[in-house]
Structures are given as structure tokens and as C-alpha cells.
Write a protein of this length. Structure first.
Ligand SMILES: *Cc1c(COP(=O)(O)O)cnc(C)c1O
Length: 386
């Protein structure tokens, strides 16, 4: 049997939508991107949802719209994908890397508070909802209050966290800006794509401008607007080419409708995993800080500790021999050549991230996984580690 690390769930709805886009003759940004935007605005309960061609683009537009630039710093966890930090460099600012909570892998408000107090060049932070559970934003000691106290803006990297909820509501409903990803193996996909949501009028205005060449009216407005003046536009800034084509948006619109069901299917797989692996010696499972339903369950990492039957690398190798795909999320950024050299980062400053990363391995969890595949994964994990 072969169980890949990820397999797409897609059906006739995606194909029908894409066919309809092609038949319409309008392939780039248009009514499908608009529809996806209104789906996200409704879901998050926010005023503005802006579709772009990746979450990386959304993150870049976020720091740009907040006016972050050279001389500024932005806080980010070391345990994330490089996109969360590279966008800080795009605008000439510098990342400040932080360790995470050992149980949840999320930023701890106390650490964040301390970092802000030490360094007033920090103008924003990028909060990563690791694996699909929301970081602690609300509450007296939550990140929203901490950032307010220091006048720091909050960008959420919710690439893993759609759909996810917390006590404050859906991820994306609070904070300055939230960015979602529709990359090929994320919880819903458009092949490539992203969404930025915000209630901030200035941010929304700037992002709309900058996602399409700095042109003051978007292509769609020119297309559907008054024919007579459809050639008129002005360039207000050297913007980017970050708009989401309808070909992609049409896929995401179909996926959006299934997102809740997909989440429940991943949750069911995770429950089976938890039950099967909770008593394996030397194997650590992560903790949820939110009720299970609030978690998008994008990732299911287990951590092989000192007492485990084999090392992480041996485990990955042995699983591959059985035809089972696994992955590592992530080799932390403080270990990546660019960040380590440029910012002279030291592993000893990231003890929790270190102990997680040395033993972590993510198991397959996606709606297209069959019962037989699930049982096959569980049986093989147990054979290797029990
Ligand atoms: C996938 C991912 C991104 C980037 O998303 P793209 O849509 O591929 O640009 C950013 N941050 C995290 C944590 C991710 O996992």
C-alpha cells in the first residue's frame, strides 16, 4: 500500500467551476475572485477580504501596508515556514525570532511582552497559528492586549488555520490583518492562492492598490465599468503583480464550501491517531489549547524523544520503505543558513523549538485518506515505536 503525505480532495464542483471560467472567456481576476472574497469576509465577519496569488503575497502586502521598512523590526517565531520571515526582509526590515511554547508550539504572550519591552524598534509581529490551532490572542494576557500595550501591529499567518475557531470567534475575525493560504497541500486549495482579511480601511486601500501594479482601479473595474473610460487608469505606486486569477479562485470557491467537512474528516483521523499513539513510550503528542473542534488539524506532528524505539530520521526512512509519506514541520529558521548567519542566531536561545524539531515528524492527515490507509499508517507506526 502507498499512503502519500498529502492527496488532494477534489470533485466535480471544482471541475464545473473551472470549466465555467474557461467558457466565460475571462480567466484572470473577476467574479470568482470576488465571490471567494465575499465568502471569506462573511466567514471571518470582517469588512475586507482581498484575494491574492499566495499567502506569501498576502504577508508581503501586510507588512508593506503597515508601513514597515528599513530600521524596523518584526517579531516572528523561529518555528515556521520561511515565508513568514522572508516578507520582513522584502521591505528591508529585520525579523526578531522567538522560541515557542513546548506544548502547543505557539508564541507565548509573556515572551512577546518581554521582547517588546526590550526593543522599541519592533513595529509588528507575525503570529503563526501553528498546525492549525489559534495562538492565544484574546483574554487579559492575550497577544491582542500585549500588542496594544506596546503599540505593535498584529499580522496573523493563518496558512494552516482555515477553518479554525477560538473563544473570540473564527481565526481572521480579530487582529489587524490575517493571511490565509490556498497552496496545493493546505486545508483548502486553489493550486496557488491566498487571502488577506482586515477591518482596517487604510490597510485595505493600500493592499488593493499594491496587489495590482499600484494601479488605482483594478482590471475588473475597468472591464465591467463604463466602456467609454475603460482605458483610463493611474499608477500611484510601484505595486506588485499579486492578483488571484479566476481560474484559481473558481477551484477555491468549490473547496471553500467543503472546508467544514474536510476539517471534521481530519479531526476524526487525528482522534484515531491520538488514541493509538497516546501510550507509546518515548513518543510525545502535542497539546491543544483550544477545544478540538476549533483546530483546523492541518498538521499532526508526533515527537520522538530519547526513550523512543528509533530516531526521527530512522522513523522517516522506515515509514518511506512501507510506502508512507511523512514530513518535518519545520527545520526552524534559526537553523537556516541565511537567518542564522545574518542574525548570528544561537540554538541555545530556542530550547523548546530545538527539542521539538529534533524529534518531530508529521503524519499524513487529509480527507482523502481511506480507513484502510489510516489503519495501515497506525499499524506501521506502532510496529516501529511500540
Ligand atoms: C504554506 C505557508 C505559507 C506560504 O503560503 P503560500 O500560499 O505558499 O505562499 C506561509 N506560512 C506558513 C506557515 C505556511 O505553512
Amino acid at each position: 500500500m502507498k499512503v502519500p503525505f498529502f492527496r488532494l480532495s477534489s470533485g466535480k464542483e471544482e471541475i464545473e467551476n473551472v470549466t465555467s471560467v474557461i467558457n466565460s472567456g475571462w480567466l484572470t481576476t473577476g467574479k470568482w475572485a470576488r465571490e471567494l472574497e465575499s465568502n471569506f469576509a462573511d466567514h471571518c465577519g470582517v469588512k475586507h477580504a482581498l484575494a491574492v496569488n499566495s499567502c506569501t503575497a498576502a504577508l508581503h502586502l501586510s507588512v508593506e501596508a503597515l508601513g514597515i521598512g528599513p530600521g524596523d523590526k518584526v517579531l516572528v517565531p523561529s518555528l515556521t515556514f520561511t515565508a513568514s520571515a522572508e516578507v520582513i526582509r522584502y521591505v528591508g526590515a529585520d525579523p526578531v525570532f522567538l522560541d515557542v511554547d513546548p506544548e502547543t508550539l505557539l508564541l507565548r504572550p509573556d515572551d512577546v511582552d518581554r521582547a517588546f519591552s526590550k526593543d522599541d524598534q519592533i513595529k509588528a509581529m507575525i503570529v503563526v497559528h501553528f498546525g492549525g490551532q489559534s495562538a492565544q490572542l484574546d483574554g487579559v494576557n492575550g497577544l491582542l492586549n500585549v500588542s496594544k500595550k506596546h503599540g505593535v501591529r498584529i499580522i496573523q499567518d493563518a496558512a494552516h488555520a482555515f477553518p479554525a475557531e477560538d473563544t473570540y470567534g473564527p481565526v481572521g475575525s480579530v487582529g489587524d490583518i490575517t493571511c490565509f493560504s490556498f497552496y496545493a497541500n493546505k486545508t483548502i486549495t486553489s493550486g496557488e492562492g491566498g487571502m488577506l482579511v482586515t477591518n482596517d480601511e487604510d490597510v485595505a486601500h493600500r493592499v488593493k492598490l499594491m496587489r495590482l501594479h499600484g494601479i488605482d482601479r483594478d482590471v475588473w473595474d475597468r472591464f465591467v465599468g463604463s466602456r467609454a473610460s475603460s482605458w483610463v487608469y493611474d499608477v500611484k505606486a510601484p505595486g506588485f503583480k499579486y492578483n488571484m486569477p479566476d481560474l484559481n479562485a473558481a477551484v477555491a470557491v468549490a473547496q471553500f464550501r467543503k472546508a467544514g467537512r474536510f476539517r471534521d474528516q481530519r479531526a476524526a483521523i487525528v482522534n484515531h491517531y491520538r488514541e493509538a499513539f497516546c501510550s507509546l513510550s518515548g513518543v510525545r503528542l502535542l497539546h491543544s489549547r483550544v477545544p478540538d473542534k476549533s483546530h483546523s488539524h492541518h498538521l499532526f506532528p508526533i515527537v520522538l524523544g530519547d526513550g523512543s524505539k528509533c530516531s526521527r530520521d530512522e522513523f522517516i526512512e522506515a515509514m518511506a520503505e512501507k510506502g508512507i509519506g511523512t514530513s518535518v514541520h519545520y527545520r526552524p529558521l534559526h537553523r537556516m543558513t541565511y537567518y542564522r548567519n545574518r542574525y548570528r542566531l544561537d540554538e541555545r536561545d530556542f530550547p523548546n523549538t530545538e527539542s521539538y524539531w529534533k524529534g518531530c515528524v508529521s503524519l499524513p492527515v487529509y480527507p482523502a485518506m481511506s480507513q484502510a490507509e489510516l489503519e495501515y499508517v497506525i499499524r506501521n507506526v506502532k510496529e516501529l515505536l511500540a
